[in-house]
Ligand binder design. Structure first.
Ligand SMILES: [Zn+2]
Length: 490
């Protein structure tokens, strides 16, 4: 997931029925719902016992299914990094389309014009600094940000000016910025992250990756660097989207940002910087759109989705092969259990989430007239760690109606339902803003930003049991939305 302040969310209701279930008296009914809070008449009307039994069966099947893991393994290890415009992105589209066809879904490829930016050489060293030993330099570990322009192949050398935020940059003014390399040294709040607010910390820090290079360029900087937006200390640079600024733009590791800041406090720091990415002509990409047609209301659609493109440094396992895989598994589980949803299940593998969102914008352009019959949209784009529940954008009444579906995930622990004023997924933003009830699976994010957009986003970061829990949560919720008696109120 990228660029967003989507995650400042407001908790309206949290249902934690597991503890309750454990403390109540056993009842004679051999039914895991017996210990749940009483449903309202409206909830009971929407979730008859037959549906609750199906949700329980889906959960059980998903917790014993390795389909999603096999998809992630193929996407990451056999296909590899999948940046927009790359041959791997195209191969991933064909692979996912074939897999979904094999499940019996009606598959379409939706053509999307996507940007095509490719990484080049990237290196940097400090060539002048306080206490420098003659003949020595300090290597700086960095990577280019998406949309960075190139330095000359023979590098640029310039003084570095360090700022902690936009106000400090503004205070320096053009006189002290023009001709220099600006480093934005905004700290990622690791304590917030460790305490369960990783996406809040990300939202705060990522502003500098997104808008820092433009702000620096406006004052005549020759290049812009940001402290990597991540919360681990592995000296790994984190790439990501940056608004095109017309200057070279990169992310240095947290350790190197500290080094430069410390040396700058002691005196002049000069850097030699080489970044040679290229912006190629736009390419053709595809959203994969696959329908399992509803038996009663085929025109009513429940979207389950993740994004198929990834950054190029790692193999895009947690971001976001996992999201695509759990969406695919929802269809696989329904087929395996011979459960035909009443409404259409639409699996979407989005293209170009990372480099501008052309896939979701194209879908919105083509399908806006049908959003009134899109009854809900789910996206998984926050990793593959243990699911806590769902972040949702919908009316409080709609959220309350969903409670039996969340309760069906009590044994997984995924019972949190957090109402947010923002779209819970980047690719479902247009739907969420058009009033389509929108859900994002909410994972334990405490390690997500260790690896996010780095070379370490690889298959080993996926814990199979936790991926199965995510698949269960998405499949249960999707089936509930597709089969509850009435569509959720808008
Ligand atoms: Zn993502």
């Amino acid at each position: 997931m990228t660029k967003s302040a989507l995650y400042f969310s407001l908790t309206l209701s949290v249902w934690c029925t597991l503890a309750l279930a454990q403390t109540q008296q056993p009842t004679p009914r051999q039914n895991s719902f017996a210990a749940m809070p009483q449903m309202s008449d409206e909830q009971r009307e929407n979730f008859p016992q037959s549906l609750l039994d199906q949700l329980a069966a889906i959960k059980t099947a998903a917790l014993a299914d390795d389909y999603a893991y096999r998809q992630v393994a193929h996407l990451t290890e056999n296909i590899g990094p999948r940046p927009s415009g790359s041959p791997q992105a195209r191969a991933a589209v064909d692979y996912v389309a074939d897999e979904l066809r094999q499940l019996g879904l009606d598959v379409q490829l939706e053509e999307v014009q996507v940007p095509h930016w490719v990484r080049g050489a990237e290196s940097a060293e400090l060539v002048e600094y306080a206490g420098q030993v003659p003949g020595a330099s300090q290597k700086i570990v960095l990577t280019a940000l998406g949309n960075s322009t190139a330095t000359p192949a023979e590098a640029i050398t310039a003084d570095v000016v360090v700022v902690n935020n936009f106000d400090e940059l503004k205070a320096l003014g053009r006189d002290k910025v023009a001709g220099k390399i600006v480093l934005f040294n905004e700290l990622f709040d690791k304590q917030k992250s460790a305490a369960g607010f990783a996406f809040v910390a990300y939202g705060e820090a990522v502003r500098y990756r997104g808008a820092g290079p433009t702000a620096a360029a406006d004052l005549g900087a020759v290049a812009a660097l940001v402290r990597s937006v991540g919360d681990a200390d592995f000296r790994l640079p984190h790439t990501g989207f940056s608004v095109p600024a017309g200057i070279p733009a990169g992310a240095v590791t947290a350790e190197d940002a500290d080094l430069i800041a410390h040396l700058s406090a002691e005196g002049r720091v000069r850097m030699r910087l080489t970044l040679t990415p290229q912006k190629l002509p736009d390419a053709t990409g595809y959203n994969v759109i696959a329908d399992l047609k509803g038996s009663e209301h085929p025109e009513q659609v429940v979207v389950v989705s993740g994004h198929l493109d990834s950054w190029d440094l790692g193999t895009g396992a947690i971001d976001d092969a996992a999201g695509v895989a759990v969406a695919m598994e929802a269809a696989e589980i329904f087929e395996k259990l011979h459960l035909r949803p009443r409404r259409t299940l639409r699996v979407i593998a989005w293209i170009d989430e990372e480099t501008g969102g052309a896939g979701s914008k194209t879908y919105a352009n083509h399908h806006a007239a049908e959003f009134s019959s899109h009854v809900a949209a789910i996206e998984s784009d926050a990793g593959a760690a243990h699911p806590l529940g769902f972040e949702i954008k919908m009316s409080p009444h709609a959220a309350e109606l969903l409670r039996p579906a969340a309760d069906a995930l009590a044994s997984v622990g995924a019972t949190v339902v957090e109402v947010s004023p923002f779209s819970p997924g980047a690719d479902i933003t247009a739907m969420a803003e058009a009033g389509v009830p929108a859900l994002g699976i909410k994972q334990d994010g405490r390690t997500y930003f260790h690896y996010h957009h780095t070379a370490a986003d690889t298959l080993d970061k996926i814990i199979p049991a936790e991926l199965r829990e995510n698949a269960a949560a998405v499949a249960v919720m999707a089936y509930a939305l597709a089969n509850m008696k009435n569509p959720l109120p808008r």
